[in-house]
Design a protein around this ligand. Structure first.
Ligand code: 5AD
Ligand code: SF4
Length: 446
C-alpha cells in the first residue's frame, strides 16, 4: 500500500533567530521527505521552537504544550526545540510526559534520526553545543516572500548579568563571509530584495580578517538586493569601520536597533553591559553624524535588581535625550543561573514599583515617538510593501528604509513592490501613506 508522506508542523516563539532556525528545520525535514503543514491538528510531527529570555515566554510555551497534548493526533511526535529546550534539557522530559524530543539550537542536524526514534516510542534530549554548526548544507524553507532572515553568527560571548542567552545558545561563532554572500545571492535570485542579517551581537561578526564592515559591504553589493538590515548590534562593537560601511553602502538601510537596557552608568555596570551612559550617547552621536535621519530603536529593562529612583530617572532622561523612534520595554525577569539571581535579595524591586516605572517609561517612549512621527507628516519616502495590513480593508503594510510602518491602499498584488509615498496621517505609532507619482526630471536645457 502507498504510504503518504509524513507531515510536520513547527510553531515558533521568540526572536528572528528562532524564525530562521525554524526555516532551517523545515528545510531539513522537507529534504527528508516530510511535508510542511500549517496546523498541528493531524500533523505527524509537531515541534515547538521556544524562547527562554523571560519567564512569561516560557509560561506561554508550557500552556501551549498543555493545549497540544489534547489536540495532537494519537501517535504524533511532540518535540520542544530552541532556547527553552536547551535550558531545561531532560527536565522537560520529566515534567511533560507527552514530550518525546528536547533539542537545543545546535542539535537540529540530528532531528530526522531523533524523530525516527521517537516514532518508535523513544524519548531523547539533545543539548550539546557544536561550535562548528552553522547548518551550511541545510536549505532554509522560507515563508516570507519579500525578505530573508540570514543568520551570520550564533551564540553570544557577552555576559550581561540578566541574560540567559549565553547559556541557551552557547559561545559566539560566525559564519564564513563567502557562505553569507552565497546565501544572499541565492535568495536574490529567487526575487527576494531585502535581507536581515541576524546575530546576538551581530556587529561583532568576524571571519578571519573580515569584520562586520566587510560583511555589510559584501552583502550590500549582491545583485538584486535593495535593502540590507541587521539585528541586534552591541554598542561596543560599532567601530568606525562598521559605521562607515553602513553609511557608504547604499543598500544598507538607515535604521539601527541599538539595545540600551538602562540609561544609568551604575546600573549598566551591574548589568555588565560594558559601556557607560556617555559611551552609549557617543555611539548614537557617531551613528547619527554618519547617517543624518537615522531611525533608532532600542530595548530597555526596568526593575533590574537595585534599580534606584535616580537610576530609573536616568533611563527616562536618556530616552528624552536620544529621542528613540520606538523601544521594546521589558520588566526584569530573573533567569535561573544568571548572575543577577545571585544579587542580594533586598535589591529586588517590589512589583508595584516595577509596574509604575514600566508605565512611566512606556508613556515617555510613546509620547516622544508620537511627537517625532507627527513632525514627519507630508514627507515623501520609499517604502517596500510587505504584507496585508492586520486591519484589512484593502490596506497593505509597507516599511520605510528607516523602519517606519506605513499603511498604503492596495491589494496583495503590491507585495514586494517599492513605492514612493507621501505620509498623510499617523496614529502616533504607524503612518498612513498615499503613493505619489515621481515627477520625471526636467529635460536639460542645451
Ligand atoms: N528580563 C527582562 N528582559 C530581558 N531581556 C533579556 N534578558 C532579560 C531578562 N532576564 C531583554 C533585553 C534584550 C531583549 C532581547 O530582551 O532588553 O535586549
Ligand atoms: Fe544577552 Fe547581553 Fe549577549 Fe545580548 S549581548 S544576548 S543581552 S548576554
Amino acid at each position: 500500500m502507498h504510504k503518504s508522506a509524513p507531515t510536520v508542523y513547527i510553531e515558533t516563539y521568540g526572536c528572528q533567530m528562532n524564525v530562521s532556525d525554524s526555516e532551517l528545520m523545515y528545510g531539513r525535514l522537507e529534504a527528508e521527505g516530510y511535508v510542511s503543514v500549517d496546523s498541528p491538528i493531524g500533523a505527524d510531527v509537531v515541534l515547538v521552537n521556544t524562547c527562554a529570555i523571560r519567564d512569561n515566554a516560557e509560561q506561554r510555551v508550557l500552556g501551549r504544550l498543555g493545549e497540544l497534548r489534547r489536540d495532537l493526533k494519537a501517535g504524533a511526535v511532540l518535540g520542544v526545540t530552541g532556547c527553552m529546550a536547551q535550558r531545561l534539557g531532560p527536565r522537560l522530559l520529566e515534567t511533560d510526559t507527552r514530550v518525546q524530543l528536547v533539542v537545543g539550537p545546535d542539535g537540529y542536524r540530528s532531528l530526522p534520526s531523533l524523530i525516527d526514534g521517537a516514532r518508535h516510542g523513544e524519548r531523547f534530549s539533545a543539548t550539546d553545543f557544536d561550535l562548528e554548526e552553522h547548518y551550511e548544507d541545510f536549505t532554509a524553507r522560507r515563508f516570507d516572500g519579500v525578505k530573508a532572515w540570514i543568520p551570520v553568527q550564533r551564540g553570544c560571548d557577552y555576559r550581561c548579568t540578566y541574560c540567559i542567552v549565553p547559556t541557551t545558545r552557547g559561545p559566539e561563532r560566525s559564519r564564513k563571509l563567502a557562505d553569507v554572500v552565497r546565501e544572499t545571492a541565492e535568495v536574490a535570485q529567487r526575487g527576494i530584495t531585502e535581507v536581515v542579517l541576524l546575530g546576538q551581537t551581530v556587529n561583532s561578526y568576524h571571519d578571519g580578517s573580515h569584520d562586520f564592515a566587510d560583511l555589510l559591504r559584501a552583502v550590500g553589493r549582491v545583485d538584486g538586493i535593495r535593502r540590507v538590515r541587521y539585528t541586534s548590534p552591541h554598542p561596543n562593537d560599532f567601530s568606525d569601520r562598521v559605521i562607515a560601511a553602513m553609511a557608504e553602502t547604499p543598500t544598507v538601510c538607515e535604521h539601527v536597533h541599538l539595545p540600551m537596557q538602562s540609561g544609568s552608568t551604575s546600573m549598566l555596570k551591574r548589568m555588565l553591559r560594558r559601556y557607560s551612559r556617555e559611551e552609549y550617547l557617543d555611539c548614537v552621536a557617531r551613528l547619527r553624524a554618519a547617517m543624518p535621519g537615522l531611525g533608532l530603536t532600542t530595548d530597555i529593562i526596568v526593575g533590574f535588581p537595585g534599580e534606584t529612583d535616580e537610576e530609573f530617572a536616568d533611563t527616562l532622561s536618556l530616552c528624552r535625550e536620544v529621542r528613540f523612534d520606538d523601544a521594546f520595554t521589558f520588566k526584569f525577569s530573573p533567569r535561573e543561573g544568571t548572575p543577577a539571581t545571585r544579587m542580594p535579595a533586598e535589591w529586588t524591586i517590589p512589583e508595584a514599583v516595577v509596574d509604575a516605572r514600566y508605565t512611566e517609561l512606556l508613556n515617555t517612549i510613546r509620547s516622544i515617538s508620537r511627537e517625532k512621527n507627527l513632525g514627519r507628516l507630508g514627507e515623501r519616502m520609499e517604502v517596500m510593501v510587505e504584507k496585508e495590513a492586520r486591519k484589512g480593508g484593502e490596506l497593505m503594510q509597507a516599511r520605510s528604509r528607516d523602519f517606519k510602518t506605513v499603511l498604503v491602499p492596495g491589494g496583495p498584488e503590491l507585495i514586494g513592490r517599492y513605492l514612493t509615498v507621501e505620509l498623510t496621517g499617523t496614529t502616533g505609532a504607524t503612518f498612513t501613506g498615499t503613493p505619489v507619482q515621481e515627477r520625471a526630471p526636467l529635460p536639460m536645457a542645451s
